[in-house]
Write a protein that binds this ligand. Structure first.
Ligand SMILES: Cc1cc2nc3c(=O)[nH]c(=O)nc-3n(C[C@H](O)[C@H](O)[C@H](O)COP(=O)(O)OP(=O)(O)OC[C@H]3O[C@@H](n4cnc5c(N)ncnc54)[C@H](O)[C@@H]3O)c2cc1C
Length: 301
């Protein structure tokens, strides 16, 4: 990565918000539920499934957490009434985890119970390491009491293999991803190749152990490794799925679908797009190019 690329990547919070907004537009369906529904319909028409995220995190007021619950209930209703092939993804800190764990648990339970009534599913996203224990506690309780719920494990965390060992007896539904938050060396593998190797190890362990896995990556080496394991184990398409983020590598999406695998696209929408967009831009290998074009007033490509 050039010095300029690194400056853009790590100096991103200093870049004016409207510029970030212009470049990051591709990662977000829009600000309204109608925007999300339109995007989901296109994704379903392509043969992929969706998971919808109402943007928002790190909520500090009970009222805002309650409003997020209402948004999710409206979203679940809309997905069903529109006949869309989609479920929802939620963030515990949007639902009050940083206020009070019990409040968050009650909020998440309301959403999962509604999803269960409608025969759909809720994925609990995984945030930074300060949330891991509470999120896994929440997941265990909901699997036991309701079902229709899955969680996320991050291949960069040292603890992930232990978490898999502990969760496998539950027959878990796990989205496996590399992990996006900046975590210290004491708790997370830092080297790119180590995270990749741990992703492959964790994914194999989950699939061999009978878990349903949402294999969430745009790294074609990891997609290949997962396809090899799926073949070796003789798994049917209904026993796992691939997952990708909206706005990232549509060609790879097509490649996976054309090989006969199921694939789900993560579709975020809402007004609180800034933190999510910053994280996506930091991961874009050509971010410097896009940011400089936007700063010159040119259209992002
Ligand atoms: C469906 C889904 C849900 C996720 N949920 C979570 C979660 O709950 N918690 C969490 O910590 N993380 C989550 N992530 C993010 C994940 O942890 C990684 O940070 C992210 O997927 C990038 O890792 P990668 O495996 O795609 O590999 P990378 O090595 O980052 O990317 C591989 C290639 O994909 C392309 N690419 C990747 N990102 C971009 C981008 N933004 N713009 C353009 N091209 C790009 C590039 O060509 C890159 O070389 C999720 C990811 C997905 C796909």
């Amino acid at each position: 990565m050039s010095l300029f690329d690194s400056m853009v990547k790590y100096g991103m919070p200093l870049i004016p918000k409207p510029i970030v907004g212009r470049v990051a537009r591709r990662y977000v369906a829009g600000e309204t539920m109608d925007d999300a529904v339109r995007t989901l319909r296109t994704i379903n028409d392509e043969g992929a499934m969706g998971t919808v995220d109402v943007l928002g995190e790190e909520v500090k007021e009970r009222g805002k957490a309650a409003a997020a619950v209402e948004q999710y209930l409206a979203l679940l209703e809309r997905i069903q009434s529109e006949g869309l092939d989609a479920n929802v993804s939620i963030k515990p800190t949007m639902l009050g985890l940083k206020i009070d764990e019990a409040l968050c648990a009650a909020n998440v339970e309301t959403i999962v119970a509604d999803a269960a009534r409608r025969g759909t599913f809720v994925r609990i996203d995984m945030e930074d390491h300060t949330c891991t224990d509470a999120t896994l506690r929440l997941y265990r309780r909901l699997v036991r009491d309701i079902g229709h719920v899955g969680v996320v494990l991050q291949a960069y965390l040292h603890r992930t293999v232990d978490d898999i060992n502990a969760l496998l007896p539950l027959g878990p539904n796990i989205r496996l991803c590399k992990g996006i938050y900046r975590e210290p060396r004491t708790i997370a593998w830092q080297a790119y190749e180590t995270v990749r190797a741990n992703f492959i190890y964790a994914n194999d362990k989950l699939l061999e152990g009978g878990a349903y896995v949402g294999i969430a990556t745009h790294d074609s080496h990891l997609v290949w490794a997962a396809m090899a394991t799926i073949d070796r184990l003789g798994l049917e398409p209904g026993e796992y799925e691939f997952q990708m983020l909206y706005g990232v590598d549509e060609e790879l999406r097509r490649i996976i679908l054309d090989r006969g695998h199921r694939l789900r696209v993560y579709v975020p929408f809402g007004r609180d797009w800034y933190p999510y967009s910053l994280r996506r831009l930091r991961e874009n290998p050509t971010v410097a190019h896009h940011v400089s074009r936007a700063m010159l007033g040119l259209r992002p490509r």
